[in-house]
Write a protein that binds this ligand. Structure first.
Ligand SMILES: O=C(O)CCC(=O)C(=O)O
Length: 216
């Protein structure tokens, strides 16, 4: 099924490229606290920063990947044509637990109003579900995303609800001592300065979320 505003490209990266990205994330993204627990409420690893905050060679590779995603996507769907991506959100899922239904709003680490979200799977596969914005019955659509697959949503589907229903442990066996799923979302966050970026670092971001949830 083709839906304007959603592009799914299988194997957009070669296995070597996937492994190179996994190594970049393992090297840079501080995904655990000092106590050895995952930095996002103990359940997952999370990092958010500009593409330029990685070591230079890694930044170049990330930008090349982002450029490839953009070119391939824009050939398939004109509603997804947008400025270059600037930031990367990493989620590291160590187990089978995914993420609940939500929509990515606008602003902050979700990106500029209207900017498409480029969501890449690395490592273990997952069952990803989404509900189309204009479907009044909000019927979930289910797809399996494997390492190297990308789903891009923007244009009329930018605010679609989505979730990761589950993750298939042991489904990626190409890298020794690695049995996790990594989700990288490449986003365009224009005029995001270092202070704003600091607000979305995992330590301050989880504090902000806890305060919000405690108020409810
Ligand atoms: O892990 C995924 O595929 C989805 C991540 C996600 O929903 C998000 O970053 O908002």
């Amino acid at each position: 099924m083709e839906t304007t505003g959603i592009v799914i490209i299988r194997n957009i990266l070669t296995l070597d490229e996937q492994i190179k990205l996994i190594e970049i994330i393992k090297r840079k993204d501080n995904l655990m606290n000092n106590d050895g627990k995952w930095n996002f409420f103990g359940i997952r690893g999370r990092n958010f920063c500009g593409l330029t905050k990685y070591p230079t060679e890694d930044t170049i590779f990330l930008q090349e990947c982002a450029q490839k995603f953009k070119m391939e996507t824009e050939k398939l769907d004109q509603t997804l044509i947008w400025d270059d991506v600037t930031h990367l959100l990493t989620l590291w899922y160590p187990n089978v637990k995914g993420i609940n239904w939500h929509k990515d709003g606008f602003g902050g680490n979700d990106g500029d109003e209207g900017a498409p979200v480029y969501s890449l799977t690395l490592g273990n596969s997952c069952i990803f579900e989404y509900k189309l914005v204009d479907d009044k019955n909000q019927i979930p659509h289910e797809i399996e995303l494997c390492s190297g697959d990308i789903i891009v949503f923007g244009g009329p589907q930018r605010l679609m609800y989505h979730r990761v229903k589950s993750i298939k442990k042991n489904s990626f066996n190409k890298l020794k001592d690695f049995n996790a799923r990594i989700n990288l979302t490449f986003r365009t966050c224009t005029d995001f300065n270092d202070d704003m970026e600091a607000d979305y670092q995992t330590e301050s971001y989880t504090k902000k979320l806890s305060e919000k949830w405690n108020k409810k």
